[in-house]
Design a protein around this ligand. Structure first.
Ligand code: PEP
Ligand code: MG
Length: 592
């Protein structure tokens, strides 16, 4: 037995067999039963055959001898005894999947290439990476490796990942996953938010859980304490798994929600609106039951559930958006357009060319939060974007729908997105469909958008501050990198100043402004934001009853004074300390 200690981010106890997901290299590791080894080797053989065919075809199409020779070198690598035969040996000896075995060999050979003096030979590592990338693609024809992960998850299982970005989390079948743990992460780590709304126990910041836990090992996760037990003694297993299944049956202990319909206000009468961040359609009714007055953020990319965005038809999306409106019984619903990464769009030849103009070497370009994603990606894939916008325009006929553009960095993107929306509306009308009115909003999560909030506000209907990304972009802290997570400071003066700047800009333009980042679900921060003049929030549904309670006990006038002083302080720890002292004084009447 072994124990690991991390940061508990979603309470509850979950138990199951470990499935390892290494996102860094986008390679998943899982165990193969003895009877499945032959099949795994055959899959590898088929991938080799397909790769050789493709390389031959590429070579024939190429005019110059130099380029032809390049691909000839890659084709020869396919037959190199150091590559596939060695990987096959790993599959057979360690009973692991072919992708994983291939990655092990690549890592090994890459070290050899790195060590050679000759620059020409060193360069060949790029070819090797291309060949391995091609083999990997051909191991999963027509689908991503995540589909395999779904198949590999023999419930009940515990997902052990190096990191778990939302784009990956969105592709998993959470009904099979009893808990998840990650090497990376911090308290505000995005997927932890998802875990909470799915009621899946989670522990993050374990540093090397993926290295220490073998696939298939029994793992018990205590998401409240941050404890992970690996391979517990046989006599304790029934008890521990019993606790886990009891948790799954009873769910989380929640504060009682206020669904009386009485408008929420502070002690001194400032009206505050609490809406919900909803990741799954099924959460809408839960959000309403928690007292949400609307949906302030629906992360539409989560409806992809393992598919690429191109596979989800206008009709299917229209159904989801209409249903959200229906579930909310007339309350407003904000749908954020796809905040997706490159691996969530189809990569047919033509599309590949438009996204990666410099050719095959770029297929494996590292995905980056600052790269081709979100509005930048959908603006490049107009047809896909228009499909989503047509579905939204049509659904808008059934209720108060708002469309929200994510990761906007300046006015040009907003204008371009608006013009695609106008095209989509025209297409719906030309087809004789019913188009409804839509409010158009911009997510303020890039510092440049925050600083130009006045310009954006003058060309849209509402603004929403996404503090999760705003903090990481403004402070240059990768929110998935545990080593710098201490620098991810929601109370950093720079963040508070940006928020104040946006609040003033929105106020001057008389445009509604809300905060939908995770930050607002922390009661102390919520109090500070109310003191800064913010009155609309959207948060994970489970946080709403607490927020309700906090707001009702606040004195907004007193908080304005507190916030004014807080904003004059120089560092996050000073602000936190000041806030703690100020809010625990009886005058502020804050209880959490
Ligand atoms: C944000 O960035 O604050 C936000 C709400 O968007 P997401 O967490 O989905 O990136
Ligand atoms: Mg964001």
């Amino acid at each position: 037995m072994q124990r690991l200690k991390g940061i508990g981010v979603s309470p509850g106890v979950g138990a199951g067999r470990a499935v390892i997901l290494i996102q860094r290299t986008q390679v998943i590791r899982f165990s193969i039963p003895a009877a499945g080894i032959d099949g795994e080797l055959a899959r590898m053989d088929e991938a080799r055959r397909r790769s050789a065919d493709q390389l031959n075809r590429i070579q024939r199409r190429l005019p110059g001898r130099d380029l032809g020779a390049l691909f000839e070198a890659q084709r020869l690598m396919l037959d190199d005894p150091m590559l596939l035969p060695e990987a096959a040996a790993i599959v057979a000896d360690q009973r692991v999947n072919a992708e994983w075995a291939l990655q092990q060999i690549f890592d090994r050979l890459a070290l050899v290439f790195d060590a050679v003096e000759d620059p020409y030979l060193r360069e060949r590592k790029g070819d090797l990476a291309d060949v391995v990338g091609r083999l990997r693609m051909n191991l999963a024809p027509g689908g991503s490796g995540f589909r395999q992960l779904l198949r590999a998850c023999d419930p009940p299982c515990v997902l052990v990942a190096d990191e778990l970005p939302p784009s990956v989390a969105a592709q998993l079948d959470w009904t099979k996953i009893q808990a998840f743990i990650t090497d990376a992460g911090s308290r505000t780590y995005h997927t932890a938010i998802l875990a909470r709304s799915l009621h899946v126990p989670a522990v993050v910041g374990l540093h090397d859980a993926t290295g220490q836990i073998a696939p298939g090992t029994l793992v018990i996760v205590d998401g409240a304490e941050g404890d992970v037990t690996i391979d517990p003694p046989a006599e304790t297993v029934p008890m521990l798994t019993g606790v886990a299944s009891a948790f799954r049956r009873t769910g989380m202990v929640r504060l009682k929600a206020d669904t009386s319909g009485t408008p929420l206000q502070t002690l001194d009468g400032t009206r505050v609106i609490l809406e919900a961040n909803v990741d799954l359609l099924g959460d809408a009714s839960f959000a309403r039951a928690q007292g949400a007055e609307g949906i302030g953020l629906y992360r539409s990319e989560l409806l992809l559930a393992g598919r690429v965005a191109d596979e989800v038809t206008e009709e299917a999306q229209y159904e989801v958006y209409s249903q959200l409106l229906q579930e909310m019984h007339g309350a407003p619903v904000t749908v954020r357009t796809f905040d997706i990464d490159e691996d969530q769009v189809a990569t047919g030849e033509q599309q590949r060319d438009s996204l990666w103009p410099s050719g095959p070497a770029k297929y494996d370009a590292p995905r980056s939060r600052l790269g081709l994603r979100s509005i930048r990606l959908t603006l490049k894939r107009r047809e896909l974007f228009r499909t989503q916008l047509r579905a939204l325009v049509r659904a808008a006929a059934h209720g108060q729908l708002r469309v929200l553009f994510p990761f906007v960095s300046g006015i040009e993107e907003l204008r371009e997105a608006r013009s695609v929306l106008a095209e989509a509306r025209q297409e719906v009308e030309e087809r004789g469909g019913k188009a409804g009115p839509l409010q158009i909003g911009v997510m303020i999560e890039v510092p440049s958008a925050a600083l130009t909030a006045d310009l954006l506000a003058s060309e849209c209907d509402f603004l929403t501050i996404g503090t999760n990304d705003l903090i990481q972009c403004c402070l240059a802290v990768d929110r998935t990198d545990d080593r710098v997570s201490h620098l991810y400071e929601p109370m950093h003066p720079a963040i508070l100043r940006l928020i104040r700047h946006v609040r003033r800009a929105a106020g001057r333009r008389k445009v509604p402004l809300s905060v939908c980042g995770e930050m607002a679900s922390d009661p102390a921060v919520l109090a500070l934001l109310v003191g800064m003049g913010l009155t609309r929030f959207s948060m994970t549904p489970v946080a709403i009853p607490v927020a309700h309670q906090v707001i009702r006990d606040l004195d907004a006038k007193e908080l304005r004074r507190v916030a004014g002083q807080a904003l004059r302080l120089a560092s996050a720890p000073e602000i936190e300390q000041f806030l703690t002292d100020a809010l625990t004084r009886p005058a502020a009447k804050l209880q959490s």
